[in-house]
Design a binder for this molecule. Structure first.
Ligand SMILES: Cc1cc2nc3c(=O)[nH]c(=O)nc-3n(C[C@H](O)[C@H](O)[C@H](O)COP(=O)(O)O)c2cc1C
Length: 217
């Protein structure tokens, strides 16, 4: 039985990345009816930015050379670090309980929304490994960044998350699914790209459903 943690990060309620995430969850539930599920909408219910107390906790982790996340609580010895731990504890518990972590995110300014970065800052501690967990990122972007696209080199969304998960969490097999050219829907100057957007979205929805079936096993 797998446990799925699902995060959304779009500022829009009617959002393509939310739609892709919902597709994944529907297919995953069909494939694994006994699986368990936790959801957090990081845009509607953002985590706070890390504060000085959080850095005190992080410094204590570094100084003690602790890699066992279960030992973080005993390092929260200053009032600031203790307050930070109260924020971190439930967030980290959700991550540690998950086998699969599904992140629905838009591309904002070539990267990820601030609410997703704020969550990552909260749950990331030095030398922690989430190696046995699997990450799936479903995203929407206004333009096109696939290999060969003129702006492919501007994709700091996938590159950041891929490198971050590998470098900080020792997770090297993160899967990314993107619906591209979303701006063609709103921008009359991009009307000629609407068909290409629809094709990208349809391909992403199909890929997401297959992935969910695979990850439910
Ligand atoms: C604040 C903001 C910044 C954006 N920056 C980019 C960008 O740098 N590159 C891009 O291709 N699209 C950009 N877009 C377009 C979004 O990626 C696009 O609307 C996408 O569909 C958003 O995902 P969602 O539908 O899940 O909200 C931006 C949109 C917003 C609101």
């Amino acid at each position: 039985m797998t446990h799925l943690l699902h995060l959304d990060a779009s500022a829009r309620a009617n959002s393509l990345s939310r739609e892709l995430g919902a597709d994944f969850v529907r297919a995953w539930r069909d494939a694994e009816p006994g699986g368990t599920y936790t959801y957090r909408d990081l845009a509607a219910e953002p985590t706070p930015f890390i504060d000085e107390g959080w850095t005190e906790l992080c410094d204590a982790v570094l100084a003690a050379g602790v890699t066992d996340l279960d030992r973080l609580a005993e390092l929260a010895v200053t009032p600031g670090a203790e307050a930070a731990w109260q924020v971190v504890r439930p967030l980290l518990a959700q991550v540690l309980a998950a086998d699969v972590i599904l992140i629905g995110t838009p591309m904002y300014n070539y990267s990820i929304p601030a609410c997703l970065k704020a969550w990552l800052d909260q749950v990331t501690f030095p030398r922690m490994s989430l190696g046995e967990r699997r990450f799936v990122v479903v995203s929407a972007r206004g333009g096109a960044y696939s290999p060969g696209a003129p702006k492919a080199a501007f994709d700091y969304q996938e590159r950041f998350l891929r490198d971050f998960f590998a470098g900080h969490f020792a997770v090297t097999d993160t899967v990314f699914v993107h619906a591209e050219l979303a701006n063609a829907v709103q921008d009359p100057n991009l009307a000629h790209l609407r068909e290409a957007h629809e094709a990208s979205l349809a391909a992403a929805r199909s890929e997401v459903r297959s992935l969910a079936e695979e990850y439910a096993r």
